[in-house]
Design a binder for this molecule. Structure first.
Ligand SMILES: O=c1[nH]cc([C@@H]2O[C@H](COP(=O)(O)O)[C@@H](O)[C@H]2O)c(=O)[nH]1
Ligand SMILES: [Mg+2]
Length: 227
């Protein structure tokens, strides 16, 4: 496969740069269990990449929970406070982000999460966050009118670089099928590093699919290679 050269990189956060998806799963499972409901992988995969309130609505509807979206999110928040302090970076995340930053490649974060959620998850990774030119947070940015798979988040994020790159010059990193679809709808190339349980058939449109960020070769996209 021939890849097109890019100049700017947009990173997803949850499940891609940080190992938070399993913590969200734990939190959702605990809340659902209180109502004797099972939070299944089937349900999890359908909400991967969604904004928090979209996750809540889908879970309540699918499992018929006796809760409003807001009360479900309140209960989840108590769970998050217990688990997110210890969230770790994914293998290869630090090396890749620091490499691109040190070579002057503009990078930004495009997450469906909001400011409070990012603050909570990144409290022990502030130096890591300082590598990014800017953060676009779907839940709190009024310009991001819809969650992934809508392309809004990546288009808004790209527009916040001072030199406003064309979508074809942007490369997205994602872990979720909804995120991959959002990137492709934005007319960007997308490297997917998926949960290994995701069916490869669902990822067939990805520009490149990797097992780990550690396997990424920047030079394939015209970016500076590792020294
Ligand atoms: O307020 C929330 N933010 C984020 C998530 C989770 O984070 C992911 C989206 O974040 P990102 O775009 O960074 O992957 C979703 O898959 C979901 O599991 C969530 O549940 N609640
Ligand atoms: Mg993600």
């Amino acid at each position: 496969m021939v890849f097109k050269n890019v100049t700017h990189i947009l990173f997803d956060l949850d499940g891609l740069l940080i190992d938070s998806e399993r913590l969200y799963t734990e939190a959702f499972s605990n809340v659902c269990a209180k109502y004797n409901k099972e939070f299944t992988w089937e349900l999890k995969r359908s909400i991967l990449g969604f904004q928090g309130h979209e996750c809540a609505e889908k879970i309540i509807k699918t499992l018929d929970l006796p809760l409003t979206g807001e009360s479900f999110m309140e209960e989840c928040k108590k769970e998050y406070e217990k688990v997110f302090v210890n969230v770790e970076l994914m293998p290869g995340a630090q090396k890749l982000v620091e490499h691109l930053h040190s070579k002057g490649v503009p990078i930004a974060l495009a997450t469906s999460s909001g400011q409070d959620s990012v603050d909570m998850k990144m409290q022990n990774h502030k130096d890591f966050l300082s590598n990014f030119h800017h953060l676009t947070m779907g839940t709190t940015d009024p310009e991001v009118t819809k969650g992934k798979p809508d392309p809004a988040i990546f288009l808004v994020c790209a527009s916040k670089f001072p030199d406003k790159p064309e979508p074809e010059k942007c490369l997205v990193f994602e872990d979720a099928v909804n995120g991959m679809k959002a990137a492709l709808a934005a007319n960007m190339q997308v490297v997917v590093v998926p949960d290994p349980r995701i069916d490869t058939e669902e990822l067939k449109d990805a520009t490149l699919c990797l097992k780990s960020l550690e396997d990424f070769q920047p030079e394939l996209f015209g970016l500076p290679s590792y020294d």
